[in-house]
Design a protein around this ligand. Structure first.
Ligand SMILES: *Cc1c(COP(=O)(O)O)cnc(C)c1O
Length: 342
């Protein structure tokens, strides 16, 4: 199919409506068969569960063109599974994993003209989500739900190379010990907006959240997990039941062990240890890895040896290997790359 006439490399991370999206409704205890629609708007009750009590969860993944010219998505089965976990925790009916995968195939195939070409750095961002659509005024789960998936083309995350960022140790908490930090609930983001706006006003790029119970251990940022590299080249990533299980982070851990032969530790990371690390990065679907050059703890600066000009050498290798796997330049582990039937 002819690609859209879009200046791919100058796209930002914003919403551009495309022609088609997928919708399925849950009513009387069952999901309907689902359909594609050109309608980019949602009409729901003024009293819908999502509007009153935030009953909503979402996923985020990307479609892109490989070196071989295939249209693919990366490990969508893990997004399908994670959305089931999110739904259960929010007392929403799970959207079946096979149907989630089918919805992604359908939406990407219908919008294949918006999948950026190989080498542009741009991708087609896919946003599956679901919400309580029926009226709820007494606090309880909704009875009806809507699952939707739309796509929007987004530009390269790093325009002109990945520059290390500066993050602050936040005085706000992201997630309670037995709360919802481990699921992809919109409500986790609603309550982090004040913290991120404040951090930006103070000149920081992101927040480092500590564990809410003791404020001594590193958790994650608002939307990305941490990877650290020790001076003797061990990859360390924080373990906590209130961290969102990033698919990018889980993939990078596999790449570190099986492609780069590195030792990996997933464990509690005391904030006190951060100054001992040589490299630091943030991982998530959007950027794969954003290098961190500096962490500021109430005026006290921790500067990683990798500096403020470029990624550290191990983070760079992880980045190059995972993006190589995604783009078809390096052989992928079985099942990681799903080709869209177009
Ligand atoms: C989505 C998300 C991530 C990144 O997860 P990926 O699956 O790698 O995109 C990390 N932290 C939070 C809080 C998130 O919501």
């Amino acid at each position: 199919m002819e690609k859209k006439n879009i200046d791919w490399s100058n796209l930002s991370f914003g919403y551009i409506p495309t022609e088609a999206r997928y919708v399925s409704n849950y009513k009387n205890g069952a999901w309907d068969e689902g359909t594609m629609t050109t309608d980019a708007t949602v009409t729901i009750s003024e009293c819908a569960g999502v509007l009153q009590y935030c009953q909503a969860c979402f996923e985020g993944l990307k479609a892109y063109t490989t070196e071989q010219g295939k249209t693919v998505v990366f490990r969508p089965d893990l997004n399908a599974k994670r959305m089931v976990d999110s739904a259960k925790r929010l007392e929403m009916p799970a959207f079946p994993e096979d149907r989630f995968l089918d919805a992604i195939d359908k939406v990407v195939a219908a919008n294949v003209a918006y999948v950026p070409p190989y080498g542009s750095g741009a991708t087609l961002y896919i946003r599956p989500y679901m919400f309580g659509s029926s009226p709820v005024i007494g606090v309880k789960p909704a009875e009806e739900y809507q699952f939707r998936t739309f796509v929007t083309p987004v530009g390269p995350y790093f325009k002109g190379g990945a520059k290390p960022i500066t993050i602050k140790v936040s005085d706000f908490d992201r997630a309670a010990p037995n709360g919802t930090g481990h699921i992809k609930a919109g409500l986790n983001y609603a309550m982090s907006l004040h913290a991120i706006v404040t951090a930006h006003e103070e000149g920081f790029d992101e927040n480092m959240y500590l564990d809410a119970a003791t404020r001594t251990n590193v958790e994650e940022t608002g939307g990305a997990n941490f990877l650290f590299v020790t001076k003797d080249n061990t990859v360390v990533t924080p373990k906590s039941s209130s961290i969102l299980p990033s698919i990018t982070r889980r993939s990078l851990v596999y790449v570190a062990e099986h492609y780069l032969g590195l030792k990996v530790e997933e464990r509690v990371v005391p904030f006190e240890e951060v100054k001992e690390f040589a490299e630091c990065g943030l991982c998530g679907t959007a950027a794969v890895i954003s290098p961190v050059g500096k962490v500021v703890d109430h005026g006290k600066e921790i500067c990683f040896a990798s500096g403020m000009e470029k990624m550290g050498p191990t983070i760079q290798k992880l980045y190059d290997t995972l993006t190589g796997i995604q783009m078809g330049r390096i052989e992928a582990p079985e099942g990681w790359i799903h080709e869209i039937p177009v």
